[in-house]
Write a protein that binds this ligand. Structure first.
Ligand code: ZN
Ligand code: ZN
Ligand code: ZN
Length: 328
């Protein structure tokens, strides 16, 4: 596998001829029971109620990125390429095969949230890695890979495109207003109260004004914080509210569809010694971590037009009413 940069959009693409066809679902689970003993475990959080562990991270069985070596970034005429250096891990959310984020206890969800924060913090110590993404593909139509409740992590030597858009927009907004755009959005959403889903302690869930898909939902801390891992590791008592809000929001969304993508957006690695440090000099003030949940409602593939211009047949104001009415 190698990384190639599109010289026009400046997006990195992971490409290779040796892609393994997705194997048929394994009969035995690789993440619980005897088969899980051979997993390459990277980090483990202690168990609750006598269990050996509560959440843990293992190397992805078909990792796209590998931690060894240098990126070997080089040009080829006007093109840029580099080796797929990085990390690809499976975050096992719960030791129980049926311990989903929406059925688990709040303490269990909190444990998973803390594991995610620990992994990001640890990988950011590696100055080669510029970004750590955490995401969950749930359901057939979201490309779910494993039956066991899991999320995935990739640590990359570049910042993924969508996050880069957000970082640039956050920095530009801050440059002209000296305020965080996310904090301003939160303040306006609270004031208008037409797309608000739920508030819990310091956390808020609402539907964005211009969603990419129907019922898209965001969860953010109301107090400004650029780095998720700083929240996850320092304000430990506060995580209960986040765990509860995440769990409740997923319960609501699952009444509409069994498939969704969930992604965590946090600040990039500012330890990176390159020009990136200067580039993101107001990062702590202009970026604000958040979770995006993108439900998948359509049964059929999207038309090309809607891949270039997002289309939602339901307004956020209508969608939020339906989500709020769900009995949970
Ligand atoms: Zn399992
Ligand atoms: Zn903010
Ligand atoms: Zn985002």
């Amino acid at each position: 596998m190698e990384l190639r940069k599109d010289p026009i959009t400046r997006s990195w693409v992971i490409i290779g001829d040796d892609v393994v066809e997705p194997a048929p679902r394994a009969q035995v689970c690789a993440f619980c029971g005897p088969a899980s003993e051979s997993a390459h475990v990277i980090a483990t959080l202690p168990g609750q109620d006598g269990g050996p562990w509560s959440a843990r991270s293992v190397v992805h069985p078909h990792a796209l990125y590998h931690i060894e070596g240098e990126t070997g970034r080089r040009g080829e005429g006007l093109y840029d390429r580099m080796r797929a250096v990085g990390a690809h891990e499976v975050l096992v959310e719960n030791p129980r095969h049926d311990g989903q984020l929406w059925t688990a206890t709040e303490a269990e969800v909190e444990s998973f949230v803390r594991l995610a924060a620990l992994r990001i913090q640890d990988l950011k110590r590696d100055s080669r890695l510029k970004y750590v993404s955490i995401f969950k593909n749930q359901g057939e139509r979201a490309g779910q890979e494993f039956d066991h409740p899991t999320s995935q992590l990739t640590a990359t030597t570049f910042v993924p495109r969508r996050v880069l858009y957000e970082l640039r927009a956050g920095r530009d907004y801050f440059e002209s207003k000296e305020r965080c755009v996310f904090c301003d959005i939160i303040a306006q959403e609270e004031r208008q109260n037409v797309r608000m889903l739920e508030m819990r302690g310091d956390y808020i869930a609402f539907l964005p004004y211009a969603p990419r898909v129907p019922y898209e939902t965001w969860i953010l801390p109301r107090t400004h914080e650029a780095s998720f891992e700083r929240t996850g590791l320092s304000r430990v008592g506060n995580l209960t509210d986040l765990a509860a809000l995440l769990r409740r929001t997923l319960q609501r969304i699952l009444t509409l569809t069994e498939s969704f993508h969930l992604v965590l957006h946090t600040s990039p690695n500012s330890l990176h010694p390159s020009e990136a440090l200067g580039y993101w000099k107001t990062l702590d003030e202009d970026y604000h971590w958040h979770i995006e949940i993108l439900p998948i409602l359509e049964a059929k593939a999207r038309s090309y037009t809607f891949k270039e211009t997002y289309y939602s047949p339901v307004t956020s104001e209508t969608a939020v009413k339906r989500l709020r009415e769900v009995k949970i």
